[in-house]
Design a protein around this ligand. Structure first.
Ligand SMILES: Cc1ncc(COP(=O)(O)O)c(C=O)c1O
Length: 419
């Protein structure tokens, strides 16, 4: 399959390099995809597809890195927001009433939800949750597992951040209760919060569901030491279930953070949880920002949630996604090239096993190159999502392309010699 023409993307990227450090924002830089193969600038999107600036169309499974749960340019959501902007306005010095309505909806839908604080980004939410937990417990340490955003306490790349801002934050691997217990034996009495993604979705790596007893074990450790248990449901909220992974797996946290899928692309996030803990945000800790009360995100979230419920979107994504993943599993079984499929219907990932000859990176590059050339936008290092507007036809085309891409890897690299 021929290389795509991405000339305009490359020209814009060169121009951008003089204007913006790195040309485009971190996660969106070409080195995170397959450089020279993936587009860099997009023109538009509709439903489950996107169009780049060179006129190439893709079935998009990255979904804006997660916020697109319905589809691009979902008319009902956009119309509700446009109406608000046009008829009433959205940025004021005081709060518009949608705040209350959205908080009530979250209380109805999310198991741990009793009170909410709204922000704009996922990082706003995770950082606010840590501040609330520290305020509530009068302790400093945090045990964390997963990506929680770009703020000082949790970002992976430590440049520009004084050590003292993250020296009290300790990481543990997903599904490794022993390691968390060891950390808590040492630091439990100083620990304000245990924060984790309730579903394992680390960058580059396979996705993991909680092992039997893992979430229950984390809950128990948090209770034993009096630490606040926080779920980072930025990706899982309104995707695995309306109420997130806590609803699916039945182990509620004390606090949870929601964002992304909640508003189909509009900026809004929420920390929510037990009243006793959330009340700390009334006086003791400060959480406020100029744009937090802007109502566009609230309107979009209310409308998105209405559609998710009305059309039983999550159930449909599971049904469609399960059929799709079943088909992918049988395709992957045909090729002994080291490709692995993990995840669950709404979120899935094809990764490549590490091997003796260290060919997995080349296999991965070839696989994703063949996909993008066939108009399937999947990220080599980040799992994909299925959104409501992905049709059976989209999924069939994606499965066909994955079959061809694996056949290519097989022909080029042969069977995998494992470590
Ligand atoms: C699990 C998780 N938590 C937090 C964040 C941070 O959200 P944001 O990028 O909106 O600040 C992300 C973003 O990808 C995320 O995936």
């Amino acid at each position: 399959m021929e290389k795509l023409n991405i000339k305009r993307s490359l020209e814009l990227f060169e121009e951008a390099g003089k204007l913006i450090p790195g040309g485009v924002g971190g996660a969106r830089r070409p080195y995170n995809f397959v450089p020279g193969e993936y587009p860099i600038f997009l023109e538009s999107g509709k439903g489950g597809t996107i169009l780049d600036v060179d006129g190439n169309e893709y079935i998009d499974f990255l979904c804006g890195f997660g916020p697109i749960i319905l589809g691009y340019r979902e008319e009902e959501v956009d119309e509700a927001v446009i109406q608000q902007i046009r008829d009433k306005g959205f940025c004021f010095s005081l709060t518009q009433p949608h705040q209350n309505h959205l908080a009530e909806r979250l209380n109805e839908l999310i198991p741990c939800s009793e009170m909410c604080v709204f922000g704009k980004t996922g990082s706003d939410g995770t950082t606010a949750s840590i501040r609330i937990a520290r305020g509530y417990t009068d302790r400093i340490k945090v045990m964390r597992c997963g990506y929680h955003g770009w703020h000082d306490w949790c970002v992976e790349i430590k440049g520009g951040i004084p050590v003292k801002l993250y020296e009290d934050v300790h990481e543990f691997p997903y599904n490794d209760l022993d390691q968390l217990q060891d950390l808590m034996k040492k630091h439990g009495d100083d620990t304000a919060a245990i924060v984790l993604t309730p579903f394992g979705h680390p960058l580059h790596e396979k996705m993991e569901e909680p092992a039997p007893g893992f979430l229950e074990g984390v809950r128990e450790v948090a209770d034993k030491y009096g630490a606040v248990l926080v779920y980072d449901e930025i990706r899982t909220g309104f995707r695995l279930r309306m109420g997130g992974a806590q609803e699916l797996y039945g182990v509620p946290p004390d606090l949870a953070v929601f964002g992304k899928g909640m508003a189909n692309g509009y900026a809004i996030s929420a920390v929510t949880g037990r009243r006793e803990i959330m009340s700390i945000a009334e006086q003791k800790v400060f959480i406020s920002s100029t744009f937090f009360p802007n109502s566009t995100g609230y309107i979009a979230a209310l409308k998105t949630i209405e559609i998710l419920e009305r059309e039983k979107v999550i159930d449909k994504i599971w049904e469609r996604g399960n059929r799709f993943l079943e088909r992918l599993r049988s395709i992957l079984d045909k090729y002994d090239v080291g490709a692995e499929l993990t995840g669950v219907a709404p979120m899935f990932f094809v990764t490549f096993k590490r091997d003796k000859g260290n060919t997995y990176k080349a296999r991965r590059n070839d696989f994703y190159t063949q996909l993008i050339r066939r108009g399937i936008f999947l990220h080599p290092h980040h799992h994909g999502y299925i959104c409501y507007r992905h049709t059976e036809e989209h999924l069939n085309r994606a499965a066909g392309a994955i079959d061809e891409a694996l056949a290519y890897v097989n022909e080029r690299h042969g069977a995998l010699e494992q470590d």
